[in-house]
Design a protein around this ligand. Structure first.
Ligand SMILES: Nc1ncnc2c1ncn2[C@@H]1O[C@H](COP(=O)(O)OP(=O)(O)O)[C@@H](O)[C@H]1O
Ligand SMILES: [Mg+2]
Length: 293
């Protein structure tokens, strides 16, 4: 049905990526159909996103990479129902976004916890707000919901930190807590906008492992925006590369590697070749003189 995004041919055969994705062949849980976004009003229009079609299967883990300002966050905002497409359509679970509530979890670069609440209460917040949980919140907040939060905190290595306040935790710990908050209401869809971008490399890599484990055990559909190509390759099953503004998807391919993936895998020659190729595509799409890549 949709015209597939133009695909930039790959120069190297060494890339351990699977077939280029034909958007129309994916049974979609998330779908962008010729969506565009223009911000502002004349004469200050910003054409952020050129016509973009993208289909994401239920339970898949898709990474979106591209130069700064190419519209990655714009796509997440549309899928999350925060922003309307200027033209075209966005569907989640087969319905136009906003037509029917879909449980979505979100995490951003800045974890933005409420400082006056404990970590436990911050993580529990979606259960207070989101139906059907909010109707049961008063009855279950000290029993079942509390147990659920404790189990999640333990899964990300924060057992025993529920009583602390945000200012008592490091950046990496706060980001772990924010992943718990994004998952506590069992979202079908997880939207992650550079969630590990502000962390040091060691903490970031620890969180990749945690994120992978959370995905393996819960299997939400995930759309991850990142500028870290190793991160995209470690976490995602499919990597979409966007061009500079107005953004569009210029490369879209499946990345098949067994799970659980390891950090060692990211130093193997095939993996390094893949990330270098992605880097080249991004540099080309920026129109820059290809720097040493
Ligand atoms: N609310 C807005 N008003 C005007 N321009 C915007 C707004 N939000 C984003 N933009 C512009 O749209 C483009 C895409 O933004 P964004 O999706 O945030 O990029 P990315 O996440 O890929 O870095 C950028 O050039 C940005 O400056
Ligand atoms: Mg962004």
């Amino acid at each position: 049905m949709n015209a597939p995004a133009p695909i930039v041919p790959l120069a190297s055969d060494a890339i351990p990526a699977g077939p280029v994705v034909e958007p129309s062949h994916v049974d979609a849980y998330v779908e962008l159909e010729r969506a565009t976004v223009t911000y502002g009003r004349a004469p200050n229009l910003v054409h952020a996103l050129a016509e973009t079609s993208l289909r994401i299967a239920k339970g898949d883990f898709v990474a979106l990479v591209g130069p700064s300002g190419c519209g990655k966050s714009t796509i997440l905002k549309m899928v999350g129902g925060i922003l309307r497409a200027s033209t075209g359509f966005v569907y989640v679970a087969g319905r136009e976004v906003g037509a029917e509530p879909v449980r979505i979890g979100m995490a951003f670069q800045n974890p933005t916890m409420l400082p006056w609440l404990s970590i436990r209460d911050n993580v529990m917040m979606p259960l207070k707000i989101v139906p059907p949980f909010r109707g049961e919140y008063r009855a279950k907040r000290k029993t079942e919901f509390r147990d659920r939060v404790e189990a999640l905190l333990a899964q990300v290595g924060l057992a025993g930190f529920g009583d602390k306040h945000p200012w008592q935790l490091s950046g990496g710990m706060l980001q772990r807590a924010s992943l718990c908050r994004a998952l506590v209401h069992e979202p079908q869809l997880l939207l992650l906008d550079e969630p590990f971008g502000a962390l040091d490399q060691f903490t970031r890599e620890e969180l990749w492992a945690i994120m992978q484990q959370l995905w393996i055990t819960r299997r939400p559909t995930v759309l991850l925006v990142t500028h870290d190509l190793r991160e995209a390759g470690y976490l995602a099953n499919r990597i979409c590369v966007m061009s500079a503004r107005p953004g569009r998807i210029v490369d879209d391919r499946v990345f098949e590697a067994p799970r659980p993936r390891t950090l060692a895998m990211t130093y193997e020659p095939d993996f390094v070749a893949m990330t270098q190729r992605l880097r080249e595509l991004i540099v080309e799409s920026r129109g820059d003189v290809p720097a040493t890549v």
